[in-house]
Design a protein. Structure first.
Length: 69
């Protein structure tokens, strides 16, 4: 069975960084992507191999912008 991975909805994401701080395996970090010119960076899964699919990032997101798939 394949582990689920966090998928971030950038239309909903506030780039608050709570998911970055919440990840116990340091799998999420801020990355510069061209989604919204007002925000310099967004959270992104940077270490797919370390991600266990625990869902902590999704549970901690205040705007429910992270879904495990």
């Amino acid at each position: 069975m394949e582990k689920k991975k966090p998928i971030i909805n950038y239309k909903e994401c506030m780039a608050c960084g709570i998911c970055v701080q919440a990840c116990p395996f340091s799998c999420i970090d801020f990355v510069k992507i061209n989604v919204n010119k007002d925000k310099k960076a967004y959270p992104e899964l940077i270490n797919n191999g370390r991600c266990t699919g625990c869902g902590i990032c999704s549970k901690e997101c205040p705007v429910e912008a992270i879904e495990l798939r």
